[in-house]
Design a protein around this ligand. Structure first.
Ligand code: PLP
Length: 405
């Protein structure tokens, strides 16, 4: 490239350059991040921010933790990728760890949340195929990914518009409403698919009694209960899956277990990986040749995901986050009492503040003051800190929120 063009380009900020080269399916903030460490990121002008977006609920151990660096380095010197033509030890170790955390069953590995949900949809279709059952009931306001089945399952019109005809067989009902599910059931219904906490829908947690009754009813009716834990799972709420957090105080919910769980995001702590856990006795429904994924179960991602899980357990970050979350919710509830915000919802490192209005303006105001947060639905800002956020960082974030609402 000619020298004068190069020097001209160096004057252009990277986010300006994006406008010409990256497809405009997103509307990124006018901010180019160049470095991250723990709960902090730095932009290209050297300004630092407290990052309560964690790449939309991904960097569960914060930015660039040593454990990920060390595991990536070691595994990249050992074996990066070998496909599913062969076995590899990190995939076996990670699947064992996931089964240990969730329950008896088996695991399928992929790369993302949408792909993990596809496994659940295909599992349901295959399970009901001989009986002609294929309908899956999902919730209004849900979000299940951007593949065709993902947008068809999602209970939000905005993701579907312009892509019709969609994948048939998805029905939507109000969230937390078992009567609506019962009314929507037909002879063709094979599964109910829900998030534990609706992440894109405004941080709306499942109601504990609804979950307990839904589990009982789905079992009685031979209907699979599929769980989208992509955003709310993998320690995001402090427990490995959000149903443990939601049902914590309900002895009837002690043995609650879905029939399949979709995972991604926090699972890899920043390295792309998705997984579907399928409960015994459904693990053989998708048999040889029925599904596949070239990168799924690659040793690099699996080694990192396992190291992330072990680090969180070893350091006790789950209980620590639950304590921080209590403080955050208590303080933010004060803002509700003062009439400055509408509501506070969520668990652990997944808290939503429902505002009275001015969603994007408030997000931008926080950004100017050094706190990054993510909007969710029309009225809610999401606080998604890393699970190892410190008490001081929580205090700093609360200070910015309280001072700017
Ligand atoms: N399911 C839920 C609940 C999500 O929040 C998301 C992403 O935000 C997805 C599925 C899709 O995940 P991915 O973007 O990794 O495909």
């Amino acid at each position: 490239m000619k020298k004068w063009i190069q020097s001209l380009m160096s004057l252009v900020k990277p986010h300006d350059q994006d406008q010409g080269f990256i497809m405009s399916t997103y509307a990124p903030r006018p901010l180019t991040l160049v470095k991250g460490e723990g709960a902090r990121v730095w932009d290209d002008a050297g300004k630092s921010y407290l990052d309560f977006t964690t790449g939309i609920a991904v960097n569960i151990l914060g930015h660039c933790p040593n454990v990920i660096h060390d595991t990536l380095t070691a595994q990249s010197l050992q074996l990066l990728h070998c496909s599913n033509l062969f076995h590899n030890q990190p995939a076996i170790d990670l699947s064992k760890a996931l089964i240990g955390k969730i329950g008896p069953g088996q695991v399928f590995f992929c790369n993302s949340g949408a792909e993990a949900n596809e496994v659940l949809f295909k599992l349901a279709r295959k399970f009901g195929h001989e009986e002609g059952r294929f309908e899956i009931i999902t919730a209004n306001n849900s979000f299940h990914g951007r593949t065709f089945a993902g947008i068809s399952a999602t209970g939000q019109e905005k993701v579907k518009k312009g892509f019709e005809p969609l994948v048939p067989g998805f029905k939507h009902v109000p969230f937390n409403d078992l009567d609506a599910i019962k009314a929507a059931k037909t002879d063709q219904t094979v599964a109910v698919h829900i998030e534990g906490i609706q992440g894109e829908g405004g941080i709306i947690p499942a109601d504990p009694k609804f979950l307990i009754e839904l589990r009982r009813w789905t079992k009685e009716n031979k209907i699979l209960l599929l769980w989208d834990g992509v955003q709310c799972g993998q320690f995001r709420t402090g427990h490995f899956q959000s149903y443990t957090s939601i049902l914590n105080e309900y002895p009837e919910g002690k043995d609650f277990l879905p029939d399949a769980i979709a995972m991604a995001k926090s699972l890899g702590g920043g390295i792309p990986i998705g997984a579907a856990w399928v409960a015994k006795p459904y693990q053989d429904v998708l048999g040889p040749g029925t599904h596949g994924c070239t990168y799924g179960g690659n040793p690099l991602s699996c080694a990192v995901a396992l190291a992330v899980m072990e680090e969180i357990d070893k350091k006790g970050y789950g209980p620590q986050m639950i304590k921080h979350a209590k403080k955050m919710k208590d303080r933010l509830s004060g803002l509700v009492e003062q009439g400055r915000i509408v509501a506070v919802r969520g668990e652990g490192a997944m808290i939503g503040i429902e505002l009275k209005g001015q969603l994007l303006e408030t997000r931008d105001k926080f950004m100017k003051k050094g706190l990054l947060v993510v909007p969710s639905a029309n009225q809610t800002l999401r606080l998604l800190p890393p699970i190892n956020v410190t008490g001081q960082e929580v205090e700093e974030a609360l200070g910015i929120i309280e001072g700017n609402l």
